[in-house]
Design a binder for this molecule. Structure first.
Ligand SMILES: [Mg+2]
Length: 175
């Protein structure tokens, strides 16, 4: 089934299990390490370059998430770390940018994301999301978290809108 993405103006992401495969490496000091997917990252930069608004809403609190967001051209103000009520942070993101919630595609993989699925325009869950999140999502990706889910959906939305446009000059200036 071909979905209608014409209303989508913004993308918001959970981190663990969406932008990563969910794995977390913990060292003796309690520092946490995550692996991000470079092809997901390129698609997120493509979205930034082509004028989409971007946000991260995560329960995680590592400074490295902010650093990754920065490299993906996601503005610091739109990165919500330690989010305990994701729906409230989602509402805040929409309000600050005068977005209607229906204009936002949100990616989540677990129970805390379900409240956001209920308000956003299109809720996407990776193929390996928690069963409750899969059941609540509007779209279940063919790809798992951290392994192509974000890339696949962003590419689909932007291509359908005719906005999957790579400008190497702009890319070199922004990134
Ligand atoms: Mg998650």
């Amino acid at each position: 089934m071909e979905h209608d993405f014409s209303r989508i103006k913004a993308f918001a992401f959970d981190v663990d299990g969406v932008m990563t495969d969910g794995g977390i490496l913990c060292d003796l000091e309690g520092e946490l390490y995550r692996t991000f997917d470079s092809k997901d990252g390129f698609a997120i930069r493509m979205a930034a370059m082509n004028g989409y608004l971007l946000s991260i809403i995560t329960g995680g609190r590592s400074a490295s998430i902010r650093a990754r967001a920065h490299s993906l051209l996601i503005p610091d103000a739109d990165v919500y770390l330690s989010s305990r009520r994701k729906a409230e942070d989602f509402d805040d993101f929409c309000k600050r940018h005068s977005l209607d919630p229906s204009e936002v595609m949100f990616f989540g993989d677990d129970v805390p994301d379900i409240e956001v699925f209920r308000r956003c325009g299109i809720g996407v869950c990776p193929s390996d999301g928690a069963p409750d999140a899969i059941a609540a999502a509007h779209i279940v990706s063919d790809f798992p978290g951290g392994r192509g889910c974000v890339r696949d959906m962003l590419e689909k939305v932007m291509k359908q809108q005719g906005r999957w446009i790579f400008d190497s000059m702009l890319y070199s200036r922004m990134y």
